[in-house]
Design a protein around this ligand. Structure first.
Ligand code: SF4
Ligand code: SF4
Length: 277
């Protein structure tokens, strides 16, 4: 089963939930798809066994074939190409590697070359197989790297995916083809605002979901009312606890020091599995 842990905004405790869930289950693979700021490995301190580069494809223009007709630049909705009277400029960092410019060029003047955008790292810690991506600094295209991390999914494992914050393409590619999404939120107006947007995205994608309320008790009841109204189950509440906060500040996943929480995460996974049947 593949479970994605997501949140509308950063700082809600998404990675904490993903790591603690992974530590509570057997036969687990954890994929950290938050490739701009992967944190799961900081909490798990894995032994890295493999590092491999990830590339995207960008166009290369053969000036001897190009007639500077401008069709490729007109096609590119990302403005990654600019055709001047005697040259074509390529802006690789804007290119989404769609390959469309090659298709529209009637002079076969476009080929593709590989551009390194980051790496994926694989390792193991506490019997968890961890895979995470590191996007190059300043690189805007996270999706190809997220796809590379997800290509490592081992279907024989209980897979937990730590999704990037936000509701854009990176979230969509993280939840693509997952069985269930856990949304981590806080019971505050900001939490509710971002939760509503993320719920809408997941509904559009048809991904079943449930909510974990982190730092429960700090805010109001509106998140609870919203979940009830939308028929979204509240899977777990994690209290605003001094001990959990203190463990977090030391980089210690709280289930390692509070083993009673392992049972709660295991029960939650069983609930999710029942929802799937
Ligand atoms: S479509 Fe082909 S020929 Fe036309 S400007 Fe682009 S590369 Fe050159
Ligand atoms: S591959 Fe797609 S995104 Fe990249 S330059 Fe060509 S048309 Fe634009």
């Amino acid at each position: 089963m593949i479970i994605t842990v997501a949140s509308g905004k950063g700082g809600t405790g998404k990675t904490t939930v993903a790591v603690n869930l992974a530590l509570s289950l057997d036969n687990v693979q954890l994929l950290d798809c938050d490739v701009e700021e992967p944190n799961a490995h900081i909490l798990l301190n894995p032994k890295i066994t493999q590092t491999k580069p990830v590339h995207s494809l960008v166009p290369v223009i053969s000036e001897d074939k190009c007639v500077y007709c401008g069709k490729c630049a007109k096609f590119c909705e990302f403005n990654a190409l600019f055709v001047a009277p005697k040259t074509v400029l390529v802006f690789p960092e804007l290119c989404h590697s769609c390959g469309g410019c090659m298709l529209v060029c009637s002079k076969d003047a476009i080929t593709e070359t590989k551009r390194k955008i980051g790496v994926i790292k694989k390792g193991n810690s506490n019997n968890i197989d961890l895979v995470y991506g590191e996007l190059n600094v300043g690189e805007a295209m996270a999706v190809p790297l997220i796809k590379a991390v997800k290509a490592e999914i081992n279907p024989s494992k209980n897979v937990v995916i730590d999704a990037p914050p936000g509701t854009a393409c990176s979230l969509v590619s993280s939840v693509h083809k997952t069985d269930y999404c856990i949304l981590v939120t806080e019971p505050t107006p900001f939490g509710l605002h971002d939760l509503k947007i993320t719920v809408q995205v997941l509904k559009n994608l048809g991904v079943p979901m449930g909510v974990i309320i982190n730092r429960a008790e700090v805010g109001d009841k509106k998140v609870y009312d919203y979940c009830k109204q939308e028929n979204i189950p509240i899977l777990m509440e994690i209290p605003f606890s001094k001990k959990i906060a203190e463990l977090y500040s030391r980089g210690v996943p709280f289930v390692t020091d509070m083993p009673e929480w392992k049972n709660k995460f295991q029960e939650m996974q069983k609930t999710i599995q029942r929802c799937q049947k």
